[in-house]
Design a protein around this ligand. Structure first.
Ligand SMILES: *[C@@H]1O[C@H](CO)[C@@H](O)[C@H](O)[C@H]1NC(C)=O
Ligand SMILES: *[C@@H]1O[C@H](CO)[C@@H](O)[C@H](O)[C@H]1NC(C)=O
Ligand SMILES: *[C@@H]1O[C@H](CO)[C@@H](O)[C@H](O)[C@H]1NC(C)=O
Ligand SMILES: *[C@@H]1O[C@H](CO)[C@@H](O)[C@H](O)[C@H]1NC(C)=O
Ligand SMILES: *[C@@H]1O[C@H](CO)[C@@H](O)[C@H](O)[C@H]1NC(C)=O
Ligand SMILES: *[C@@H]1O[C@H](CO)[C@@H](O)[C@H](O)[C@H]1NC(C)=O
Ligand SMILES: *[C@@H]1O[C@H](CO)[C@@H](O)[C@H](O)[C@H]1NC(C)=O
Ligand SMILES: *[C@@H]1O[C@H](CO)[C@@H](O)[C@H](O)[C@H]1NC(C)=O
Ligand SMILES: *[C@@H]1O[C@H](CO)[C@@H](O)[C@H](O)[C@H]1NC(C)=O
Ligand SMILES: *[C@@H]1O[C@H](CO)[C@@H](O)[C@H](O)[C@H]1NC(C)=O
Ligand SMILES: *[C@@H]1O[C@H](CO)[C@@H](O)[C@H](O)[C@H]1NC(C)=O
Length: 387
């Protein structure tokens, strides 16, 4: 057996020991990176290598590596060495694109070594919404062009910006990467860690940190998060695409709503925010002086077609006994939305205190509408279900 092959097997043996159900298919590529050596032997052919310190790296920024990829349908891989990168990363190519963060522990985000951050926020006092959108603040954007990721109508300066027919990344993946918008220290305005539009994207052992509007899943966007973490405060998971969170931690860093969702019949993907076997809790890094008990709700309707469901999830005491909330007293938007919980447990669940528009479902009822297959119209092939 050649030494290289032996090392590959050794890496898999280590990971199968500490991560029961996780098959980390890129473990060898992510863990055997050595300074001053190109990661050719353990990584998919053609992998681009980004490092701020290794002189043998192909690029020193993630966006430089992304910009080097051909604008076609070929698969592409980028391995990012341990480090903290300040930049905006924009993925617009159609071909499957995978970002791999260097780590010896691919099964868990708790030991991630790669952080991509930025400090851009939108000042809503001075914003000209016809030329600047909240989504322009995103650390990571996955969309065929920046207008396709916009929250608003997709007009620039009053002129409609077309979405290319041949749109978007049909398959973007990121493993073991922290995406963080550090602009918002409470109250400066929207500051996104990620925005996704007209694309399918999935994330594994990755984290997203912000305050207001941390995560935006936009028009015709679909996203799956597995064993990942999202931290924020105001409407920190929002959009009108389809988002599915599996075995993830959703943490509140301040009073606010976990979700603000909007339904739309304009695009053919189904829509809604769905959480399965996850924990909805006070953020582990929330300011210790904040009393967040009862100060987080599971969501409020951005429009009257909002759909949000929590399945088999743990809710701590930061969740308000009412569960969900109306948009506002003068515009409640609660008559035609669909909000549901199944198998909620923990101190944040009180069935008798829930708002009347929360459907408390049995497991069988939840399976009727909210399995992955039902939500996406079939098991999405663009998701790594072995992770
Ligand atoms: C990439 O190709 C698509 C068509 O497939 C085109 O719409 C888009 O403008 C191209 N992007 C760049 C950056 O050239
Ligand atoms: C990346 O996307 C953001 C958000 O849409 C945008 O503000 C920025 O100009 C884009 N940068 C590049 C290099 O395309
Ligand atoms: C916003 O931008 C548009 C397009 O450039 C411009 O016509 C309009 O005057 C701007 N509005 C303000 C209030 O500056
Ligand atoms: C997303 O994936 C689905 C299959 O699950 C596919 O039909 C659809 O075209 C993809 N959407 C985009 C925007 O790439
Ligand atoms: C937003 O803009 C207003 C008006 O220029 C300014 O007073 C305020 O300080 C800005 N906010 C932030 C957080 O920079
Ligand atoms: C859906 O399309 C209608 C008609 O073009 C438009 O008025 C509305 O704003 C769109 N909704 C969304 C969420 O894009
Ligand atoms: C949205 O994506 C679907 C594929 O999932 C595609 O068939 C449809 O044309 C897209 N809608 C728009 C308005 O681009
Ligand atoms: C839902 O919102 C739409 C658009 O604002 C409005 O036309 C419609 O009357 C609303 N439906 C209900 C039941 O409130
Ligand atoms: C649950 O809510 C009901 C109605 O508000 C309240 O009477 C009860 O004390 C709550 N139970 C717990 C354990 O807090
Ligand atoms: C919607 O909210 C309003 C205001 O709180 C309330 O009066 C009404 O009963 C609610 N409707 C439903 C279906 O929960
Ligand atoms: C759930 O399924 C029932 C029965 O098919 C259907 O009436 C209802 O509209 C569905 N709800 C959602 C939010 O899909």
């Amino acid at each position: 057996m050649a030494p290289a092959q032996f090392l590959v097997f050794a890496a898999f043996a280590i990971f199968s020991g500490c991560a029961s159900a996780t098959f980390a298919r890129y473990a060898a590529c992510q863990s055997t990176l050595k300074p001053k050596s190109l990661p050719t032997q353990f990584c998919p052919a053609g992998t681009k290598y980004v490092s701020q310190t290794d002189g043998n790296a192909h690029f020193s920024s993630v966006q430089a590596a992304v910009a080097s990829l051909p604008n076609d349908t070929s698969p592409a891989f980028i391995l990012i060495a341990a480090g903290t990168y300040q930049e905006a990363v924009n993925i617009s190519r159609k071909g499957p694109t995978t970002l791999l963060g260097q780590t010896a522990h691919p099964a868990s985000y708790t030991q991630n070594l790669v952080t991509i951050f930025n400090t851009i926020f939108i000042n809503q006092t001075t914003q000209n919404a016809s030329i600047q959108d909240n989504a322009d603040s995103a650390v990571l954007t996955v969309a065929p062009n920046k207008y396709a990721a916009w929250t608003g109508a997709g007009y620039y300066g009053g002129t409609p910006v077309p979405i290319p027919d041949d749109f978007g990344s049909t398959d973007f993946k990121a493993y073991n990467i922290n995406f963080e918008n550090r602009a918002n220290n409470g109250g400066v305005g929207p500051a996104l860690a990620v925005g996704i539009g007209f694309a399918n994207a999935s994330f594994y052992a990755s984290t997203f940190r912000g305050m207001q509007d941390t995560m935006f899943i936009g028009k015709n966007g679909s996203a799956v998060f597995r064993k990942s973490q999202v931290l924020g405060s105001v409407d920190y998971i929002y959009g009108f695409g389809t988002a599915y969170f599996d075995q993830s931690l959703i943490g509140s860093r301040g009073a606010g709503c976990t979700t603000a969702w909007k339904g739309t019949p304009n695009y053919t993907n189904t829509y809604g925010a769905y959480f399965s076997q996850s924990s909805i809790v006070r953020s582990p890094d929330a300011n210790p002086s904040l009393d967040l008990t009862g100060h987080q709700t599971l969501g409020r309707p951005w429009n009257n077609a909002s759909v949000v469901a929590y399945m088999d999830s743990y809710l701590d005491s930061s969740i308000n006994p009412a569960g969900f909330q109306i948009w506002s007293p003068t515009d409640p938007r609660n008559e035609t939305i669909y909000y549901a919980e199944e198998g909620s447990h923990g101190p944040g669940f009180n069935a008798s205190a829930r708002v009347p528009f929360d459907h408390l479902l049995t497991a069988a009822q939840a399976r009727h509408n909210f399995t992955v297959e039902k939500i996406f119209g079939g098991l999405p092939k663009w998701v790594d279900w072995e992770f």
